[in-house]
Design a protein. Structure first.
Length: 417
């Protein structure tokens, strides 16, 4: 993007202001004025911050713009939503080549398969979501989903590609494009860890862009272009930003709106600010790792259970809890987690979290035996208990039970590279 000075930006807005006055006097049509705004890339408003003496320099537009990957990819009209709709259309068409209506039955079977997956405790429960009902009416439309729903369906469809489509050699060009989108999302969802993988992110975005435009040119909207800017913005500002945290406030604001009719905005502002300050005053609010609901250890039951009791006592363990707030999300007891080890990574189920002497936090993990890179054995005789430092935990992941003894880990290899 060309670097503009604040003076140049203000000059553009001054020109727009003159044209706006012409429009108000009837000397310029609304269509012509809208074209001018589109050409400049900004909408004119008499109270715009770029026309102020102090905010123009602070805003530093367009250099200060940071495109939000949440809205560009997974919210309404995002690239991932178009990817989902087009892949599902292709999957449905495979069945309907043989029998009309069979495509909807295939989508129903996919819903059943998704409902058999086991998700981390913090993941939304989407059992009522029906893929057929979320499909767009227009062939080149996007699915109708909230951002959290889009993220979960992307993960499931990635699994479907690996377990069904790729082994049968079906829809391989579409699968290649879709998997690239999934890898991009996994990297962006990794938080600050993506800063070390920006070259990979950029390569994936370029490759995905070419395949997407080739496969679905009618779905190549502006958000596909905005995706090209995101690696550069992360590199420029040194942070991986998105609107997820801000969007989560909508629920509380809507609850306030159910009774605040006359002073709606002021009431929401006051109550949200009060709630925010209350949360900031809580213990652990600014700590990257924090044990939620920590309690003293009951050593009697701990030793009765055996396992790591002696190791915990040697480390002078002091507190135990079932939930741990981390930079990769809140992890819970019974979640399937991946963690770093000296020569790669391990996978296992969390039993509890412990704080030991010196303030260090460990997770007690039942480590699973690996069958293949993605398949793990649940046999208790093959698993082992291990204490894993909190900093080594890479996150909680969903899995698909394959039979009574094995599960399929659903994750991107980029998470463990």
């Amino acid at each position: 993007m060309e670097e503009w000075t604040n003076e140049e930006v203000k000059e553009v807005f001054d020109e727009l202001a003159e044209e706006w006055l012409k429009h108000q006097r009837g000397e310029l049509s609304k269509t012509a004025f809208n074209k001018l705004q589109t050409h400049c890339g900004w909408n004119y408003a008499s109270g715009h911050s770029l026309l102020s003496s102090d905010m123009a320099a602070r805003a530093s537009l367009p250099q200060g713009v940071y495109y939000d990957w949440m809205h560009s990819l997974v919210s309404s009209g995002g690239v991932a939503q178009y990817s989902i709709s087009q892949l599902l259309r292709a999957i449905r068409s495979l069945s309907e080549e043989n029998e009309v209506g069979a495509g909807d039955a295939t989508l129903a079977l996919m819903d059943d398969m998704r409902n058999n997956m086991v998700w981390p405790k913090t993941s939304p429960k989407l059992r009522s979501l029906v893929l057929k009902e979320r499909m767009p009416k227009k062939p080149q439309g996007n699915v109708r989903m909230f951002a959290a729903e889009t993220l979960q369906i992307m993960v499931f469809l990635g699994l479907y590609c690996q377990m069904v489509l790729i082994p049968q050699g079906l829809l391989l060009p579409e699968v290649e494009c879709f998997v690239l989108m999934g890898r991009i999302l996994y990297l962006l969802r990794s938080g600050e860890a993506v800063l070390a993988k920006l070259d990979l992110l950029w390569q994936l975005i370029l490759e995905h862009h070419d395949k997407f435009v080739h496969l679905w040119p009618g779905c190549a909207k502006i958000k596909l272009h905005l995706l090209l800017h995101i690696p550069g913005l992360i590199n420029k500002f040194g942070v991986n930003l998105s609107c997820f945290a801000a969007e989560r406030k909508h629920k509380s604001s809507k609850r306030i709106a159910t009774f605040a009719f006359r002073t709606w905005c002021n009431t929401m502002l006051h109550r949200d600010l009060r709630a925010f300050l209350h949360r900031m005053a809580q213990p652990g609010a600014f700590q990257p790792y924090f044990m939620e609901g920590a309690a003293a250890i009951d050593w009697g039951s701990t030793f009765a259970a055996g396992g790591l009791a002696s190791d915990l006592q040697e480390l002078d363990a002091q507190e135990v809890c079932a939930a741990l707030k981390t930079p990769v999300g809140t992890l819970w007891k019974k979640d399937l987690v991946a963690f770093s080890v000296e020569l790669g990574f391990g996978v296992g189920f969390v039993n509890a979290f412990y704080k030991v002497r010196g303030g260090k936090i460990f997770a007690s993990v039942s480590v699973l035996a690996r069958v293949t890179e993605t398949v793990y054995d649940l046999n208790a005789d093959l698993s082992r208990l291990s204490l894993v430092q909190a900093q080594c935990l890479r996150g909680a992941f969903p899995y698909m039970p394959l039979d009574d003894n094995t599960i399929f880990l659903v994750a991107s290899g980029d998470c463990f590279a």
